[in-house]
Design a protein around this ligand. Structure first.
Ligand code: KG4
Ligand code: ZN
Length: 392
């Protein structure tokens, strides 16, 4: 089955095409291992990161993001189909009025899509999967309306995908199939907008058992980076500085307080840690790279500790057998190493997405969409709406 994935929830515009078959066959027995015949491969994958557009503002501007998505979706679609050898000259006959109605608020996108449909015939695809939440509302709407317009024009069914499920499913993959999974499965979702512990007693069932009470961990990385004068998004920069410090000094020279250590639940909080770093920087302004490296390391160590403590507690409370780590922050090498170090003695598998597919992309959306499509869980293209607050 060929699935086109579309992702526009934040500041990456992404389109991809995957070819997938089979399913994960999870036994209903408690603590059951999974098997199955699922296989997938990526036929085409095109992504435009708006980082450079938003960097001067130190964060993502929703309306600017929306404009950039509208400008880039058709070129990315074209590139994806070209890579997949599915771009064929011809004409798609479709109801132009319907497309016009759906893209009423995106005249530039309507214009580009009209030219595209007049030039190329309907590609051989089976379904369209699009992120419909959570995310920035204006950004989500462009992707959703674009997907709806394509669904009508090509007469192909549509699947609405929860962005967070996309991160989870992506992290479950190893090569062209699933990694070794055992349920109950615990997902640690760490991104710019989310920090959540999600329990799956069964495949495709999700229960949020812990969440951040304020900032997401990625947001804390980005804010601390800003305090240190580093560019947006700050996560990779903090990580790089922290690694230099670890290679230079055996021990961290500063220590911050691990937040929520004794909260007695599975929740997180990162805004206090950010404030502690801010106060430290105000009283000890960094004079050089060495100073910035020591602060970056101490922050990363502390944030990592907070994630580890609650993840371990969740493993104990729920008897989790597999740990899946998803979201942009799962690209962080220190967090990866620490989680593996904690989980290995417990005999647990920890699965991460390939670093290049840890941050937002359309492959994760096409994958999650595929598992809904094979269950016939399609959306109504007439009524599919973006839902900025969508929860798992
Ligand atoms: O999942 P994602 O691409 O977008 C959201 O859905 O939020 O995550 C983006 C977040 C940003 O906060 C970014 O700073 C962080 O992921 N990030 C990292 C690293 N790479 C990206 N944080 C820490 N270490 C990294 N290597
Ligand atoms: Zn994300």
């Amino acid at each position: 089955m060929k699935i086109l994935g579309i992702e526009t929830s934040c500041d990456e515009t992404a389109v991809c095409l995957i070819d997938a078959s089979g399913d994960l066959l999870a036994s209903m027995e408690p603590l059951a291992k999974t098997g199955g015949d699922f296989r997938y491969n990526i036929l085409g994958n095109a992504l435009y990161s708006q980082i450079a557009t938003h960097a001067p503002y130190g964060g993502v501007f929703p309306n600017l993001a929306k404009r950039e998505h509208a400008k880039n979706l058709v070129p990315l679609l074209q590139s994806t189909l070209q890579q997949s050898h599915l771009l064929k000259y011809g004409t798609t006959s479709y109801d132009t009025e319907k497309t016009n109605e759906l893209l009423e608020r995106e005249p530039e996108l309507f214009e580009q899509l009209s030219i595209f449909l007049a030039k190329y015939e309907k590609p051989d695809i089976d379904a369209i999967a699009v992120t419909y939440g959570p995310g920035l509302a204006p950004a989500l709407w462009v992707g959703v309306n674009f997907a709806r317009a394509l669904s009508f024009a090509w007469n192909v069914p549509i699947v609405g995908v929860n962005h967070m499920e996309g991160h989870i499913v992506m992290a479950m993959m190893k090569d062209d199939t699933f990694g070794e999974l055992e349920f109950p499965l615990l997902s640690l979702l760490i991104s710019g907008g989310h920090t959540e512990l999600v329990l799956s007693r069964e495949w495709m069932h999700y229960e949020i058992i812990g969440r951040t009470r304020d900032d997401a961990v990625g947001e804390a990385f980005d804010k601390v980076a800003r305090i240190l004068g580093l560019p947006y998004p700050g996560g990779p920069h903090i990580s790089r500085l922290a690694e230099i410090d670890r290679a230079t000094y055996a021990q961290s020279r500063i220590s911050f307080t691990v937040p929520m250590l004794h909260s007695g639940d599975l929740d997180f909080s990162f805004s206090g840690l950010k404030t502690e770093v801010k106060k430290y920087v105000e009283s000890h302004p960094p004079q050089n790279d060495d100073d910035r490296q020591s602060i970056a390391r101490a922050f990363e160590d502390t944030a990592t500790r907070a994630l580890i403590v609650k993840t371990k507690r969740a493993i104990e409370e729920y008897g989790a057998q597999t740990i899946v780590v998803g979201g942009g922050v799962s690209a962080n090498t220190h967090i990866r190493a620490q989680l593996i170090q904690e989980a290995t003695p417990l005999g647990l598998q920890v699965l991460f997405p390939p670093p290049e597919l840890a941050t937002d992309n359309a492959v994760m959306i096409a994958l999650a969409g595929y598992f809904h499509a094979i269950k016939n869980n399609y959306a109504d293209a007439d009524t599919l709406r973006a839902d900025a607050q969508l929860s798992l």
